[in-house]
Design a protein around this ligand. Structure first.
Ligand code: HEC
Length: 129
């Protein structure tokens, strides 16, 4: 009987560890994945570098078409192709902040952790706004 209880409690412990890891691995843009400060910095970059060619409606459609894909892929795509008249011309941090701003404008919440292309961004899924 005692052993059964021990086994059961180990099983519960194990399950909760697996569950926690799983939740982490499956974060979405709804989970507060950028900071307010990043979005604010991103707005300045956006106004100077992106606004002339795209309005916010465009990003809504873009995020829809990227539904379920890792946020890192969108970051890489934007970095490789945008601004269309000078691709790759911004700093990594500026691309990251622009994405934070775009997410905020689409109604996704900011949070405590910074968006960082070197840290877990492949595990954040885009969801349709
Ligand atoms: C000189 C004009 C121009 C500028 C400046 C520009 N873009 Fe673009 N962008 C385009 C064009 C053209 C396309 C491709 C055609 C389309 O999808 O409308 C595009 C496509 C995109 C896409 C869609 C990519 C995809 O794979 O779905 C995103 C996202 C995007 N741009 C973001 C940005 C961001 C962020 C900036 C600022 C850093 C920016 N663009 C600056 C012209 C521009």
């Amino acid at each position: 009987m005692r052993i059964a209880i021990k086994i059961a409690s180990y099983a519960i412990l194990l399950l909760s560890v697996v569950f926690t890891m799983n939740v982490r691995a499956q974060a979405t843009v709804n989970d507060g994945v950028f900071t307010e400060a990043q979005a604010t910095s991103g707005q300045a970059v956006y106004d100077a570098q992106c606004k002339t060619c795209h309005n916010m409606r465009f990003y809504r459609d873009t995020l829809r078409s990227w539904n379920n894909q890792p946020l890192l892929y969108l970051w890489e795509s934007i970095m490789g192709t945008m601004p269309a008249d000078n691709p790759g011309s911004l700093m990594f941090e500026e691309y990251t902040n622009v994405i934070a701003y775009i997410l905020q404008e689409q109604g996704f919440p900011s949070g405590d952790s910074e968006l960082d292309p070197d840290d877990g961004m492949e595990n954040i899924s885009i969801v349709s706004p």
